[in-house]
Design a protein around this ligand. Structure first.
Ligand SMILES: NC(=O)c1ccc[n+]([C@@H]2O[C@H](COP(=O)([O-])OP(=O)(O)OC[C@H]3O[C@@H](n4cnc5c(N)ncnc54)[C@H](OP(=O)(O)O)[C@@H]3O)[C@@H](O)[C@H]2O)c1
Length: 222
């Protein structure tokens, strides 16, 4: 596994939400430096203090965006405006988009149509000077946050255009216990990966579960 120091600090835009907090704590416990970002630095600092995890701090989103690896963990409604505003800061960064464009109505969750094809492709369009990949869509934040869970027992699909960038995404995923990271295609394939989360949420609601995915047939070294 890539050593934590080789991955460098990780910033998380929208890091105060369930996914950002859960991943931030797990990454920090694995030895990474993590900056949870927020629109409100004070809110981020308060949440980071509550999480009380060495290596994890709370900052505003522009500060988190200065990290060499930056996860995007905001609702789709805020995705485009946030990234457009941070495009200069995010230049040359590895940006990992985790956003699932989903809607919810009385019939349950469903995938939203995204003009760019996917949230990840939208990010790539808005951030032409960044290296954009996509990952972590299918993790259940409550499961990741549950300290009693010692193995998350699931896979993370990593999509992107550049092999080295995808490898960093895989290495980051594998800092989570019981997780394997797999290359799953180029960004043009991100739409269905993001949309699959609607199915997982429907499964979770019906069976009161925290479902994830496992890819079979990959026992050989990748
Ligand atoms: N929750 C999960 O299990 C999970 C799993 C995989 C992927 N995801 C994806 O990850 C993303 C984050 O999920 P989440 O459940 O953590 O979301 P969330 O709680 O709804 O949002 C995360 C944070 O985003 C910030 N935010 C909210 N609205 C915003 C806006 N309009 N513009 C900019 N920032 C805004 C808020 O932070 P501040 O108020 O502090 O700025 C909030 O704490 C979503 O796109 C989701 O589809 C979630």
């Amino acid at each position: 596994m890539t050593q934590p120091e080789a991955l460098g600090p990780v910033g998380i835009l929208g890091g105060t939400g369930p996914l950002g907090r859960a991943l931030g704590v797990r990454f920090a416990r694995a030895g990474l430096s993590v900056a949870l970002g927020s629109r409100d630095a004070e809110r981020a600092a308060t949440i980071a203090a509550e999480l009380a995890t060495p290596g994890l701090v709370g900052v505003d989103n522009p500060t988190a965006a200065r990290c060499p690896i930056v996860l995007v963990a905001v609702p789709y409604e805020g995705h485009a405006a946030l990234l457009a505003g941070l495009a200069d800061t995010l230049a040359d960064r590895l940006v990992i988009d985790c956003v699932n464009p989903l809607g919810f109505d009385k019939r349950g969750p469903y995938a939203l149509a995204v003009p760019a094809g996917s949230a990840a492709e939208e990010a790539a369009e808005l951030l032409p000077r960044s290296r954009v990949i996509a990952a972590f869509h299918h993790l259940s934040a409550p499961l990741v946050a549950d300290e009693s869970v010692t193995s998350l027992d699931c896979d993370v699909l990593v999509l992107g255009e550049d092999r080295d960038d995808v490898a960093i995404g895989q290495a980051l995923a594998e800092h989570l216990p019981g997780v394997r990271g797999h290359y799953a295609g180029r960004l043009r394939n991100a739409g269905q990966v993001e949309a699959l989360t609607a199915n997982l949420i429907a499964i979770n609601r019906r069976y009161r579960a925290h479902s994830g995915i496992r890819v079979t047939g990959l026992e050989q070294p990748r």
